[in-house]
Each structure stands twice: as structure tokens, then as C-alpha cells.
Design a protein around this ligand. Structure first.
Ligand code: NAP
Length: 251
């Protein structure tokens, strides 16, 4: 296989879970900053929120299916057309809840639940970064893994499969930073707290009141701008970090 070319003048990122929430805000921020954004989600491209090139750069894929990871990477490689990949943002995730949005505890989590959550939230990130390593190296790229405050403490609404997958994703970030840092690819994580998206459960207002010093939800744009920072030369010596974006909820 021929080695990919270095980064083209217009940087290219691959973002999973782009159809709404934090992913959607991230597309907008990167696009405004001159990036080309390749997006991945199960849904088709959403024409209600278009951006130039968005439809052509969208890839429909279900990250719950590990058999599709290599196919997805090949599709990405084809769309890069020999160019390097400047950023891979592993943002797609699921957080299975009980009916009504309550926490799905350990006793209510089947092996299939564990497997499906780990495929989407962890194994897809690990495998995509492996398949796309030549393209990331060629561009001196960055990986950003989107973890969660639930990875480091019991959360009133996030269940154990989600929490453990995010703890493992934080650990993967450390391992990748060690392995890939010496190859010129930086790997960091961002750990959001309560960000105003559809993943939140009813009752989050109570967490805001009692646990968040800043007394408000986060805005997806605030998360997106941190991801941009981690993919820019301004963060050139940051590798293996996990940045909390939670208004002080973790203190
Ligand atoms: N919002 C928060 O407060 C919060 C807090 C902590 C961490 N996070 C993390 O931030 C990230 C984004 O969260 P969000 O709140 O923006 O979530 P969201 O609104 O639920 O969006 C999740 C995204 O993941 C995609 N996705 C889900 N399952 C998929 C699959 N099987 N294959 C491909 N794509 C899939 C969804 O697209 P489709 O449905 O079209 O596939 C969607 O674009 C996640 O990693 C989440 O764990 C969020």
C-alpha cells in the first residue's frame, strides 16, 4: 500500500457521532475554522442542518457492528484520496437507560448490553485509530476520545456499561498516547459533565443545582471548541491528557 501524502492545505478530520449534540456542534466549529469534516453516524445526512460538502462527506455506518470497522476505514481512506488525516474524534456513544431515563444498574445489564455498548463506545475507537494510523501519521494528526464524568464516579443516570466503557476509553487514551506519541500522533480525551444534548435524562436539573459550582448545563459549542484546541498546534505538547468540561462538577 502506498503511504499517504502529508496533510493537505485544508485539514481533514473524521468525526464519529456527528448527527446531533456535541458531534453536531463539533462539525460546525471545525468547518468554520476551515476544516473538511468527514462524518459518521447511523442516520443519513441531516438536510435540516446542512453545510457545504456535508452530504458528500457523510458516511452512514453502525459502530455496533465490529465487522464494519475495516470497511469504514477503507471508505474513509478512499475519500481522503491519498491525503493524510489531521484529526480523528471518537465521539459516538450510547448510554442505555431504564424506561423513563433512570440508571440501568448492573443487575439490569445483560451480556449483550455490555457488548453493544463496548463496541460503540470503546472498540470502534480503538480499531479505527489502528486502521487509520498511517493516515494520521502522515498528517501529524491528533486523536480526541470523548469520555465522560461517569467514567470516574457513579452517576445517577449513566449505567455501569456506559461508565465502564468511558473508564476504559480514558485508559485507551493513555495507552494510545504512549504508543502513538512517538509516531507524531497526539492522543487526548475530553470528559464532559452535563452538556445540553438529548443524552441527558429528566432530573438533570437537580444535578445542576446540587453538584455543579457554575450552576448551569454546558453548551455543546463549549465542548466543540475544546476539541478544536486539542486538534490545533496551540496544544502541540499536550498528549495523554483528559480535560474535564463540566463547570467544576468533578471537584
Ligand atoms: N451530553 C452530555 O452531557 C455528555 C456527558 C458526558 C459525555 N458525553 C459524551 O459526549 C459524546 C456525545 O454525546 P451527545 O450528548 O452529543 O450524544 P447524542 O446527542 O446522543 O449523540 C450521539 C451520537 O452518536 C451517534 N451514534 C450512536 N450510536 C451509534 C452507532 N451505533 N453507530 C454510529 N453512530 C452512533 C449518534 O448518531 P445516530 O443516532 O445517527 O447513529 C449521535 O450522532 C458521547 O461520547 C457521550 O458519551 C456527553
Amino acid at each position: 500500500m502506498q503511504a499517504p501524502n502529508p496533510a493537505p492545505a485544508r485539514k481533514i478530520m473524521l468525526l464519529t457521532g456527528a448527527s446531533r449534540g456535541i458531534g453536531h456542534a463539533t462539525v460546525k466549529v471545525f468547518y468554520r475554522n476551515g476544516w473538511r469534516v468527514l462524518t459518521v453516524s447511523r442516520a443519513a445526512f441531516n438536510p435540516e442542518c446542512p453545510w457545504p460538502g456535508g452530504r458528500e462527506d457523510h458516511i452512514q455506518a453502525d459502530l455496533a457492528d465490529p465487522a464494519g470497522y475495516e470497511v469504514l476505514a477503507a471508505e474513509v481512506r478512499q475519500r481522503l484520496g491519498g491525503a493524510g488525516l489531521s484529526a480523528l474524534v471518537n465521539n459516538a456513544a450510547v448510554s442505555p437507560k431504564m424506561p423513563g431515563g433512570g440508571r440501568r444498574g448492573v443487575a439490569d445489564t445483560s451480556y449483550q448490553d455490555w457488548l453493544s455498548v463496548f463496541n460503540i463506545n470503546l472498540f470502534a475507537a480503538a480499531t479505527l485509530s489502528r486502521h487509520l494510523l498511517p493516515e494520521l501519521r502522515a498528517a501529524g494528526g491528533s486523536i480526541v476520545n470523548v469520555t465522560s464524568i461517569a467514567g470516574s464516579r457513579v452517576h445517577p443516570f449513566a449505567g455501569p456499561a456506559y461508565a465502564c466503557s468511558k473508564a476504559a476509553l480514558a485508559a485507551l487514551t493513555r495507552e494510545q498516547a504512549f504508543d502513538y506519541g512517538r509516531l507524531g500522533v497526539r492522543v487526548n480525551a475530553i470528559a464532559p459533565g452535563e452538556i445540553d444534548t438529548s443524552i441527558l435524562s429528566p432530573g438533570t436539573e437537580e444535578i445542576v443545582k446540587t453538584q455543579i459550582p457554575m450552576q448551569r448545563l454546558g453548551d455543546p459549542m463549549e465542548v466543540a471548541k475544546t476539541i478544536l484546541f486539542l486538534c490545533s498546534p496551540d496544544s502541540a505538547y499536550i498528549n495523554g491528557a483528559e480535560i474535564h468540561i463540566n463547570g467544576g462538577q468533578h471537584v
